[in-house]
Every structure is written in structure tokens, then in C-alpha cells.
Write a new protein. Structure first.
Ligand code: PMP
Length: 392
């Protein structure tokens, strides 16, 4: 991370999948909106100024996704977008189909909406690399009516990507809608909604350098989705999400979307090189460590590394100046092993010995060198403590 930002303690920030540092453009846009008064629904000129900031952000996000501005519903983040998508879609008749490795914002929502109807929720398995097994799909569509298929574009723990093309084709032929949780993908790799052809897509601003607590749901024009808003009230966002708009957050989201879009290709190549350097460095320094999902296409900036026998919390504690994550930060605090790694066939011990490093737009080569040194030393330290405390 740029030295200036982390100057006080010189932290190496390798936790972009938890949240990315705010981009300067997003900070400027957010502060400018916070510094002005006006409700985006008010008719006077101050209200119109606020509405203009929201309109600009809608255009910036639509530009990043290649969709139209009328297809964007601003929300408080991807969690809300996922809830909205799944709850509304489940009001059609039919089952929900998703995967075993989704974020809890999908899995828990799917479980909640299908509660008491276990046959209405189908989870697709993954292989040892975390690639979604599409084999069961044909049978699922033959056996039952499906309301919605929801498959993430990129996994938050491993970065493993899913090619949605065959899923969208099969689902649409069967009359099902398709949603994707693109939270970790947007702003890291190009999205073209014309090509992707999904009906719904969720995202969160803070994963690509916007503020936390703001996101969006893309809802393709003409999609026959039952109108089931989570929040009703003043009819904002075309009746899909009531409540005074978070103008500052939305302005920051828009600015981050535009900034991310400007250098998407070159940045993804640069970040991917850095991630590869991190993997090469760590596998050389820590014999026996394993990279999860290495055989599948992955996001440029993510690596999930198992250090067999080395508890991830101890490794992280031994490198206090590197910010990384054990499994998914969203569920950290919960003493359960990563459901993603278990679904990939890893043991509980391996899942508990896995660290996720995630890089982004502000990561430098020096960060990687320092990260490799710190992680290799941390593993060596944990190894010697374990050896010293082992039974003779
Ligand atoms: N989906 C995925 C894949 C995520 O990684 C996250 C955040 N970790 C979310 C959904 C939820 O995003 P938010 O907390 O911003 O609502």
C-alpha cells in the first residue's frame, strides 16, 4: 500500500477482498457530497444538485458494467442486493439453485427464503479447485421448475472464477432467471452485461475503492421479477428500495467505478503479476504450502494459501504488520471452518491453516516483498513454538 496512507505503522495491506482502501477520486466525490445540503428527492435547486450527483454516479456505474442507468438500484451493499434479488425471485414459482461456495449473503438468504421447504433449495457442488460442477444442472432443470439460479462470478476466499455462459443459456432455456453475486469481480475484471446476459447482478462499492455501506443491484429491463422490495416507503429507486438516497456514498461509488474502469486491463495484469510473485516467493520460502484453486481461472489479486499444520490465526498474529485474512473476513469471529474450503474437499485442519492474501490497485512490489518476508517468518515462528510445546 502507498507508504503515505499507511505511514503511521507502515502496514502492508493485503486484504482487498475484505475491503479496498478508498480511492482518492471516491474520497473527493464523497466529501463534496457530504459538504453540500440537499435531498435528492427535493425539487429546489439544492435537491437537484444532489440528484445530479446520483445521476452522475448512475452513469459512471452503468459505464463500468455496460448497462443502462435505469437498470441500477442503489442499495446499502451487496448483502442487501443479494437479499433483494433472492427474495423477489423466490416469489416466482420454483426452486432456488445456487452453489456450495457462495458468500453467506447468498447462502443464508437462500436458506431463509426457502425455510421449511428444503426441496426448494439446490446447492451445486464444486471440484477440488473450487470450480462449480455444472453436471447436475440439466437434471435439475428436467426434474423441477427453477425460479432463479444464482452463481457468483468470483469467489471471495479463493478468487476462483465461474464462466456463467453455459449456466445462463441452460437457465434461460428452462425459464429460470439468473443472478450473479459479482461483488469481488466488479472493478477487478471487465464486466459487459450485454455479453454476460444475466438478469440480476449484485455489487458493493467498497470492494473496488468506493465507500463502505453502499452498493447496487442491476435488474435487467424487462425482467419479469415480482415486485418485492425489502424496504417500502417513499418509492425511491423506482419503488425497489425506499429511503432517502445515500448521496455521498453513491457519489463515491460512482467515482470509484469510473476510476476502476479507466485502467481495468493494465491494472488486472499488474496485480496478477504481483499475486504470482507472492505465490512464487511464499512457495519457495515455505515448503509444503499449497495454493487453493491454483488449477482454476482466478481473480488477478487473490491467493488462498494453506500452511499445513500452522493455525492461520497464529500465523496472522505473528505478522501483525501485514493485514491479511484467515478465510473470509465476513465470517471471521465465527469459529467454523471455511465452508468454501470444505466444499473443495479440504480437511478442517487445512481450512483452519489457510490464509487469504488479496491485492489491489494500491499494492506495490515492495508490499509483496515485505508480505513474503513477514509471512515466511511468521510461519517459521509458529512452527518453532509448536515444536517447542509438542509432547516429547
Ligand atoms: N458477496 C461477496 C462475494 C462478498 O465478498 C461480500 C463481502 N465480503 C458480500 C457479498 C457482502 O458485501 P457487503 O458486506 O458489502 O454487503
Amino acid at each position: 500500500m502507498a507508504e503515505a496512507r499507511a505511514a503511521e505503522v507502515d502496514i502492508v495491506y493485503l486484504d482487498y477482498n475484505a475491503t479496498a482502501p478508498l480511492r482518492p477520486e471516491a474520497l473527493d466525490a464523497t466529501l463534496a457530497a457530504l459538504n453540500s445540503v440537499g435531498n435528492a428527492s427535493s425539487m429546489h435547486h439544492l435537491g437537484r444538485d444532489a440528484a445530479a450527483r446520483v445521476d452522475a454516479a448512475r452513469r459512471q456505474l452503468a459505464g463500468l458494467l455496460n448497462c443502462s442507468t435505469g437498470e441500477i438500484i442503489f442499495t446499502s451493499g451487496a448483502t442487501e442486493a443479494n437479499n433483494l434479488a433472492l427474495r423477489a425471485a423466490y416469489a416466482r414459482s420454483g426452486a432456488l439453485v445456487t452453489t456450495a461456495v457462495e458468500h453467506p449473503a447468498i447462502l443464508e438468504t437462500a436458506r431463509a427464503v426457502t425455510e421449511g421447504e428444503p426441496d426448494s433449495l439446490v446447492l451445486l457442488p464444486v471440484d477440488g479447485d473450487g470450480a462449480v460442477d455444472l453436471e447436475p444442472l440439466d437434471g435439475i432443470f428436467r426434474e423441477r421448475q427453477v425460479a432463479l439460479v444464482s452463481v457468483m462470478l468470483a469467489n471471495n476466499e479463493t478468487g476462483v472464477l465461474t464462466d456463467l455462459t453455459p449456466i445462463v443459456k441452460a437457465a434461460h432455456e428452462a425459464g429460470a432467471l439468473v443472478h450473479t453475486d459479482a461483488t469481488q469481480y466488479v472493478g477487478r475484471l471487465p464486466v459487459d452485461l450485454d455479453v454476460l446476459d444475466v438478469d440480476l447482478l449484485s455489487l458493493s462499492a467498497h470492494k473496488f475503492g468506493g465507500p463502505q455501506g453502499v452498493g447496487a443491484l442491476f435488474l435487467r429491463r424487462g425482467t419479469s421479477l415480482p415486485h418485492r422490495p425489502l424496504l417500502v416507503g417513499g418509492g425511491h429507486e423506482r419503488g425497489w428500495r425506499a429511503g432517502t438516497l445515500n448521496v455521498a456514498g453513491i457519489a463515491g461509488l460512482g467515482a470509484a467505478a469510473e476510476a476502476a474502469g479507466l485502467k481495468l486491463q493494465s491494472e488486472s495484469a499488474r496485480v496478477s503479476d504481483l499475486r504470482n510473485a507472492l505465490e512464487v516467493g511464499l512457495t519457495a520460502r515455505v515448503p509444503g504450502c499449497r495454493i487453493n484453486g491454483a488449477g482454476a481461472p482466478r481473480l488477478p489479486g487473490v491467493t488462498s494459501i494453506t500452511f499445513p499444520g500452522m493455525p492461520a490465526d497464529a500465523v496472522l498474529a505473528a505478522m501483525p504488520y501485514v493485514a491479511a485474512s484467515d478465510g473470509s473476513a465476513c465470517s471471521s469471529g465465527a469459529p467454523t471452518p471455511s465452508h468454501v474450503l470444505l466444499a473443495m474437499g479440504r480437511t478442517r485442519d487445512d481450512a483452519d491453516s489457510t490464509v487469504r492474501f488479496s491485492l489491489g490497485y494500491d499494492t506495490t512490489r515492495r508490499d509483496i516483498e515485505r508480505g513474503v518476508d513477514a509471512a515466511a517468518e511468521a510461519v517459521a515462528q509458529v512452527r518453532s513454538v509448536l515444536a517447542a510445546t509438542a509432547e516429547p
